[in-house]
Ligand binder design. Structure first.
Ligand code: CP
Ligand code: NVA
Length: 308
């Protein structure tokens, strides 16, 4: 079964090139208006227990453009929200649809859906990881820089789901990555170790630091995410204090390579993790990055559905 749950486990180093090629092909076909109904008649169940704009729209539109259909299942409406076990949900959906995409809190719930079901499962974000975002990010970097290998990405801020997945993804792509976070909010060792393992194969470098200027030095990509992830709303005031020195602004941008680009998974909070002049400025490619979710997700869907 071809799942897409954990970038480190589910995406091989060579497979990454293949996925990026399919994503680029999907984008070219979409732009040229060429029909690409590779998933004719297939259905995707999309379970959301957290909010989403980009992930929901891109998977739903993606399935439609591939000739299939997607069902939006909010936890407010389906029985998971009233306590039906993940294992039963997995078995029921396996009898009716061809794949599941889920965005939720506990990563283990996604693993369990795959364990108890018999169809491909795609992780649309958990508290620990955000792997679908990664393929769109790498596609965007490749489009702007022409290559991935040998580039340096600097992630500034919370050692959260996006940061963990960036460690996994950059290491697979042969990109150097520096993560700057306060010691109290750095990425779990597990992700650093995984990245170092792949980096030893792809020849990239992994640096964990508390200093945003050390991370940003000569970087080709500066990357930000919110200081307050979904589920952490009660900690907002405290987090704003903790991360106040981890903002991407013109001073930090000046430390990076002169042709550095700015990326953000979005939604962004201007004046916190990034200043308005940077995110709305000429070096920002956040809306290209958001659009690339559509093309990247179609590559993930085709790979999971047709290779399972
Ligand atoms: N970046 C991202 O996953 O956006 P959504 O929360 O809108 O899906
Ligand atoms: N870290 C953010 C990413 C949103 C796409 C969150 O989990 O809310």
């Amino acid at each position: 079964m071809k799942h897409y749950i954990d970038f480190h486990e589910d995406v091989g180093i060579e497979e990454l090139d293949y996925l990026l090629d399919i994503a680029a092909d999907m984008k070219a076909k979409t732009k040229a208006g060429i029909e690409h109904h590779y998933l004719n008649g297939k259905t995707l169940a999309m379970i959301f227990t957290k909010s989403s704009t980009r992930t929901r729209v891109s998977f739903e539109v993606g399935m439609y453009q591939l000739g299939g259909a997607a069902l939006f299942l909010s936890s407010d409406d389906i029985q998971i929200g009233r306590g039906e076990p993940i294992s039963d949900t997995a078995k029921v959906l396996s009898g009716m649809v061809d794949g599941i995409m889920i965005r939720t809190f506990a990563h283990q719930d996604v693993v369990d859906l795959a364990k108890y079901g018999s169809i491909p499962v795609i992780n649309g974000l958990t508290d620990d990881q955000h792997p679908t975002q990664m393929l769109a990010d790498l596609l965007t970097i490749k489009e702007q820089k022409g290559t991935l290998k040998g580039l340096k990405l600097a992630y500034i801020g919370d050692g959260n789901n996006v940061a963990n997945s960036l460690l996994q993804a950059c290491a697979k792509a042969g990109m150097d990555i520096s993560v700057a976070s306060p010691k109290s909010h750095t990425c779990p060792d597990k992700y650093v170790e995984q990245a170092k393992k792949d980096a030893a194969i792809t020849g990239s470098k992994i640096v964990m630091t508390e200093d945003p200027y050390v991370a940003a030095k000569d970087a080709d990509v500066l990357y930000a995410d919110t200081w307050v992830s979904m589920g952490q709303e009660d900690e907002k005031a405290e987090r704003i204090k903790i991360f106040k020195d981890y903002q991407i602004n013109s001073d930090l941008m000046a430390t990076a390579d002169k042709d550095a680009i700015f990326l953000h998974c979005l939604p962004a909070y201007r004046g916190y993790e990034v200043t308005e002049d940077i995110i709305d400025g000429p070096r920002s490619f956040v809306f290209e990055e958001a659009e690339n979710r559509l093309h990247a997700h179609k590559a993930i869907l085709v790979n999971c559905f047709l290779n399972s």
